[in-house]
Design a protein around this ligand. Structure first.
Ligand code: SF4
Ligand code: SF4
Length: 512
C-alpha cells in the first residue's frame, strides 16, 4: 500500500519519536511504500520518502498553517491511507497520542494557583489549537481514531460526542521488555553514586509543569532526615530553584534503562498524560510505579500489586505511605524490615471484600487479589445485589449506593457506586450478600488449590477479555452508560442483524 504519515517534527534518534521510528520501520518491513510529511527532521528513516511541509507563521497560527499545507500536498497526490500523528484537517486515521488540548488546559486550571487560573487557556495559541482540534475530531474529517488509553477514549466521548465510539480504537503503547530487563543494577547504582542500602525513587521525563516534578522535589525536601532515601531524576529540563541534596540529577540518558535498574520505585505524578511510556518501562524493569489518575498509563497499575494510583498528584501523604510500604518490602532493606512490612501492609491495605480467608497470610493475599480485580462489584459479574432482611436500604442510600425498590423487593444496582479505585468505600456497612460472597478464585486459594500467582494470572486474563467485550460492544454501537456488562450485552443482542445488509456488524456481533 502507498501510505502517508504526518508528523511536524521527526528525529531518527530522539526518544520522544520512538513510536514513529518503530512504526515507520515496521511499515517498511511489511513492504509498504511509506511517505512522511514533516516540517523538519533530523536523520532519515530507511526506506521512507520525506516530504517537506512549509508552515511558518506566528506560534498561534503555525499548527494551522502546517495542517493546511499538508492538506494541499496530500490532495495533489494519491495515497491508499493517510495516518496523522498531528491535529490535521483530513485523514483516514488520527492517533491521538497527545491527548486533548482542552483537557490539558482543564488540568492546568485545576492545579494552578487561584490567581493564575483565569489566565490559563487565554490567547490566540490556545484558541486556534482548540479550533484545529475540533476539525480533527470532526467525524467527517477523520475516519478512525487511535487512542492509547481508556482515559483518552473517555475524554473524546465527553468533549466530542458526535464522534462514533465504534470508530475509536484502543492500541496501547508497546514496550521493548528485553531492553528493560537486562540492565545491571549494581553497575547502575555505582554509576549514580548510590549504595545498596539506599532506597531509590526514580523520575524519568521532561516537562516541568506537566509531569509533577516540583511536588516530588518538595517531598524530597521534607525527607532529608532519611539519609538513605534518594530521588534519581532523569530529565532534559533545567530545574528552577534549589535542588534538595537527596536528589540526583542524571541529565538526559540514552540508556534510560540504567535509571530504572538503579531504582526501587517509579514516582511519576503528571497532571495530564495520555499514556506515559515511563510507567510501562518501569514495570518491564520490575519496578512498581506510583502515578496519578490523570495518566492513562495508570490503567496498567493494579493497586497494591504493582504500584499505586494517586487521585491528586499533590497528595504527598499517600505517596509517603506507599513509598514506605514499597521501601519496607523492597530487596535492599528487606532483611531489616520484613516483619514491620507485614504489619504495615496488614494495617494499610483495604481488606478483601470476601469473608472466606482464615489466616493473616491468606487475608493479605485476598486483599491483593481484590485490589487487582473488583469484578464482583464493577458490573462485570453481577447486575444487582439483592438486599437481605438485615440490610438497611435507607442507610445504604445515605451512603450513596444506588438502591431500587419494586414489588416488595429491594436491590442495589451494579456497578457499585461505593467502588473507588477497586476498593469498597463502605466496607464496614456493606450489604450482607457482599459479606457472604466467596468468589471461586478466593475459595480455591484458601483451599490451597491454586497459588496467588495463578489467581492473579486468571484475573489479568479475565480483565483483558472483559476489555475486549467492551470494545466489541462499542463497535456494535453501544454507547457506554455505566450499565452492568450483562445488561449491555442483552441490549445489544436483542436487535437482529441482517448479514446481507450489515456484514461488518454481523461479524462483530459474531465475535461478541
Ligand atoms: S471477584 Fe473475587 S477476587 Fe475479584 S474482587 Fe470479587 S472477591 Fe475479589
Ligand atoms: S458495597 Fe462494597 S463490597 Fe458490596 S458491591 Fe459495593 S463495593 Fe462491592
Amino acid at each position: 500500500m502507498r501510505l502517508a504519515l504526518i508528523r511536524r517534527q521527526f528525529s531518527a534518534t530522539g526518544g520522544a519519536e520512538l513510536y514513529l521510528q518503530r512504526l515507520l520501520k515496521a511499515l517498511v518491513a511489511a513492504g509498504h511504500e511509506v511517505h512522511l510529511f514533516a516540517e523538519s527532521w533530523q536523520g532519515q528513516a530507511e526506506g521512507v520518502k520525506f516530504h517537506a511541509v512549509q508552515a511558518g507563521g506566528s506560534r498561534a497560527d503555525r499548527a494551522w498553517h502546517f495542517a493546511e499545507a499538508v492538506k494541499s500536498l496530500l490532495e495533489a497526490e494519491s495515497f491508499d491511507r493517510v495516518l496523522s500523528l498531528e491535529r490535521t484537517l483530513n485523514q483516514d486515521v488520527y492517533r491521538a497520542g497527545d491527548g486533548l488540548h482542552r483537557v490539558w488546559l482543564e488540568r492546568r486550571r485545576q492545579f494552578a494557583p487561584w490567581w493564575k487560573r483565569p489566565l490559563i487557556g487565554r490567547g490566540a495559541f490556545h484558541r486556534r489549537m482548540m479550533e484545529l482540534e475540533e476539525q480533527t475530531f470532526n467525524p467527517a474529517n477523520t475516519q478512525r481514531l487511535i487512542v492509547n488509553s481508556e482515559m483518552v477514549r473517555g475524554e473524546i466521548a465527553r468533549h466530542f460526542p458526535a464522534f462514533p465510539l465504534d470508530r475509536i480504537h484502543l492500541v496501547r503503547n508497546g514496550v521493548e521488555v528485553a531492553r528493560f530487563q537486562n540492565a545491571d543494577r549494581k553497575a547502575a547504582r555505582a554509576r549514580f553514586g548510590l549504595s545498596e542500602e539506599d532506597f531509590v525513587l526514580v523520575f524519568v521525563g521532561s516537562g516541568w509543569e506537566r509531569k509533577g516534578l516540583p511536588w516530588l522535589l518538595r517531598y524530597m525536601e521534607g525527607q532529608r532526615h532519611d539519609p538513605s532515601l534518594k530521588l534519581l531524576v532523569t530529565t532534559r529540563d533545567r530545574i528552577r530553584g534549589s535542588v534538595p541534596s537527596n536528589v540526583i540529577l542524571t541529565g538526559p540518558l540514552s540508556d534510560v534503562e540504567s535509571a530504572y535498574a538503579a531504582g526501587d520505585l517509579l514516582t511519576f505524578l503528571p497532571i495530564y498524560e495520555p499514556c506515559s511510556n515511563v510507567v510501562s518501562e518501569a514495570l518491564a524493569s520490575g519496578l512498581p510505579a506510583i502515578t496519578t489518575a490523570m495518566n492513562g498509563a495508570a490503567e496498567w497499575i493494579a493497586p497494591g500489586v504493582n504500584g499505586h494510583v494517586l487521585d491528586d498528584p499533590r497528595d504527598m501523604a499517600t505517596l509517603g505511605m506507599h513509598q514506605s510500604l514499597a521501601d519496607s518490602s523492597g530487596p535492599s532493606r528487606s532483611h531489616r524490615r520484613a516483619d514491620r512490612s507485614r504489619n504495615e501492609r496488614a494495617k494499610h491495605h483495604p481488606r478483601s471484600r470476601a469473608g472466606v480467608m482464615i489466616s493473616e497470610a491468606h487475608a493479605a493475599a485476598a486483599s491483593r487479589l481484590c485490589l487487582a480485580c473488583g469484578m464482583c462489584c464493577d458490573g462485570t459479574m453481577f447486575q444487582i445485589v439483592r438486599m437481605q432482611p438485615e440490610d438497611s436500604p435507607a442507610k445504604l442510600t445515605e451512603l450513596g449506593l444506588r438502591m431500587r425498590h419494586r414489588g416488595g423487593e429491594d436491590w442495589m444496582e451494579q456497578p457499585c457506586a461505593a467502588l473507588k479505585r477497586l476498593c469498597c468505600t463502605v466496607y464496614e456497612s456493606r450489604p450482607v450478600r457482599c459479606r457472604k460472597f466467596h468468589c471461586q478464585q478466593l475459595t480455591r486459594l484458601s483451599a490451597g488449590e491454586i497459588s496467588e500467582g495463578d489467581a492473579l494470572a486468571m484475573i489479568a486474563s479475565t480483565r483483558f477479555q472483559v476489555e475486549r467485550v467492551r470494545e466489541l460492544l462499542a463497535q456494535c454501537g453501544y454507547r457506554e452508560d455505566g450499565a452492568a456488562l450483562q445488561e449491555q450485552f442483552e441490549r445489544i443482542t436483542s436487535t437482529p442483524v441482517k448479514v446481507e445488509l450489515e456484514p461488518e456488524l454481523a461479524e462483530t456481533r459474531q465475535q461478541l
